[in-house]
Design a protein around this ligand. Structure first.
Ligand SMILES: CC(C)(COP(=O)(O)OP(=O)(O)OC[C@H]1O[C@@H](n2cnc3c(N)ncnc32)[C@H](O)[C@@H]1OP(=O)(O)O)[C@@H](O)C(=O)NCCC(=O)NCCS
Length: 409
């Protein structure tokens, strides 16, 4: 099959939507299509054409993302879809290869994405870099432990989300640098996050919000919906669906959870997107009541080994020669010496013997600091040529807190 690749323009918008709708087997409501468009940088999109017909799409969002040590530009890959009539003929492979070349030429050293299925992106050099948790907590198991921080100067205020956006933005901007994976939100991204039409509600009513504040201003917020219901015995059986919860300090964080876990007429609290190291695990009086399912969050692609590895900070000094296997981006496929300490890093091409050999996806997996390399060694993904080299690199790359992007894109 032959097809051509080119960026799409506004004139291609309805075809683009049609490809994504068909690929995902879903319908995008008009207001969500507008929000999607508001977050689209057409010049960073890519369409695959079979003759005149658009058959495959993808796009990149220009993110500023926190990585260990600070913010860097990251290409946020999104809207990937191939028409079912044209699948498994190499359309995605062509789009991904061209997109990575574009990122390389643009000088964006790192790309990240959310995957609809975990089997798709490893072959293009993406590694599972962050995890998130789906929480399901019965309200009767939601009591906090006696040690949970409390601050009597804090108070809660119920707010209307549409009116409190400035507060959310202020709190979010203050936490943004604290966790690898979080990315700065543009106004259009906030528009989408706070969209609250019927089609956004999933039968669970309007978006609700509570803000925690002290005399100096907001210290955190929680966004959620409540699906009210009663069971056959006439007992309240509501479900609180938590969307976001950010606190600027432990007491604010605990107070928000106290509120969310103890709303009247609610029997369970669900959240589809919490960080893997959520402090809630240590705040609950009975942590076994927290039912958690572990899922993948961000997948990361190191587009340029040297630029990516020098753009982040390290937790410990390291000096290793890494042989990188990267058939999709041949400019990475060679041996590199990474010399880093806690103040900075150098990464240069060398011909010295390798201390360890890894696929570029393993570097992507470890890039945000949340994935240790020893399990990848034991799983046969990474190979060690000098004893101890894997642990040295893994220790240097590791970071706290665990990476997490917070909002799907
Ligand atoms: C996922 C999707 C984009 C793949 O597009 P495609 O053009 O069929 O992919 P390609 O033909 O380039 O496939 C490349 C390789 O990946 C494999 N692959 C692609 N998608 C796969 C999937 N969903 N499951 C398993 N393997 C998959 C192919 O079998 C092929 O393997 P091979 O190189 O060993 O032959 C397409 O199936 C799709 O649009 N799916 C629905 C929407 C979606 O999930 N999008 C991704 C959003 S993150």
């Amino acid at each position: 099959m032959t097809f051509t690749l080119r960026p799409m323009t506004e004139a291609d918008w309805s075809d683009w939507l049609a490809v994504d709708e068909e690929a995902f087997g879903s319908t995008i409501p008009p207001h969500r299509a507008e929000l999607f468009k508001g977050n689209t940088e057409f010049e960073r999109s890519l369409g695959a054409y079979d003759g005149d017909q658009l058959v495959g799409v993808t796009a990149v969002c220009s993110f500023t993302m926190t990585v260990p040590g600070g913010p860097i530009p990251v290409g946020g890959v999104t809207a990937v879809g191939v028409l079912p009539s044209h699948r498994r003929r190499g359309v995605l492979s062509a789009l991904m290869t061209r997109q990575l070349t574009d990122l390389h030429e643009r000088g964006e050293a790192v790309a990240a994405l959310y995957a609809s299925e975990a089997v798709i992106y490893g072959r293009f050099g993406y590694g599972r870099a962050a995890d998130s948790m789906i929480f399901d907590i019965p309200r009767h198991g939601g009591a906090l432990a006696p040690h949970a921080p409390a601050d009597p100067s804090l108070r809660l205020r119920i707010v209307k989300p549409a009116e409190a956006r400035g507060i959310f933005e202020k709190v979010f901007d203050a936490v943004l640098g604290s966790r690898p994976g979080l990315y700065a939100r543009t106004p259009a991204r906030w528009d989408a996050a706070l969209s609250d039409q019927d089609a956004d509600q999933g039968g669970a009513g309007p978006l609700r919000a509570v803000v925690v504040e002290d005399g100096d201003g907001p210290r955190g917020y929680a966004l959620f919906r409540i699906k009210a219901s009663w069971n056959d015995q006439g007992l309240p059986d509501g479900e609180l669906r938590l969307r976001e919860l950010f606190g600027l300090d432990p007491a604010a964080y605990a107070l928000l959870w106290r509120h969310v876990l103890d709303r009247d007429l609610v029997s369970r609290i669900k959240s589809w997107n919490r960080p893997a190291d959520d402090p809630l695990i240590h705040l609950l009086a009975d942590p076994r009541r927290l039912n958690a399912i572990w899922v993948d969050d961000l997948w990361v692609r190191v587009v340029d080994v040297d630029r990516a590895l020098t753009a982040r900070r390290y937790s410990a000094p390291v000096d290793v020669v890494i042989e990188v296997d990267d058939p999709v981006c041949p400019w990475n496929a060679r041996r590199w010496r990474l010399s880093a300490d806690t103040s900075g890093a150098r990464c240069v091409p060398v011909d010295d013997p390798a201390d360890l050999v890894l696929p570029v996806s393993a570097l992507g997996a470890a890039y945000l600091g949340g994935r240790t390399l020893t399990p990848l060694l034991e799983a046969g993904v990474v190979r060690e040529a000098r004893a101890g080299a894997v642990r040295e690199l893994s220790t240097a790359l590791s970071w706290e807190p665990a990476p997490w992007a917070g909002l799907m894109f």
